[in-house]
Design a protein. Structure first.
Length: 62
């Protein structure tokens, strides 16, 4: 529960953070980048860009 609250306080979607951490857990050498505040700067924009591209492809199919 504290990770959800911390992610919200950092201004990121908790689900995005959780998925991002799971995909980078085995390759990330800096543990600080796995915390919500540390994850936001290097990875949040990438996740938002992927979401935007996915939504755009769904809308274009309709």
């Amino acid at each position: 529960m504290s990770l959800l609250t911390t992610a919200k306080a950092a201004g990121i979607r908790p689900g995005d953070h959780f998925k991002g951490v799971l995909t980078r857990l085995s390759t990330c050498m800096d543990v600080k980048q796995l915390t919500p505040h540390g994850w936001k700067d290097p990875f949040a924009a990438e996740v938002a860009e992927r979401r935007h591209a996915l939504l755009k492809s769904i809308v274009s199919e309709v």
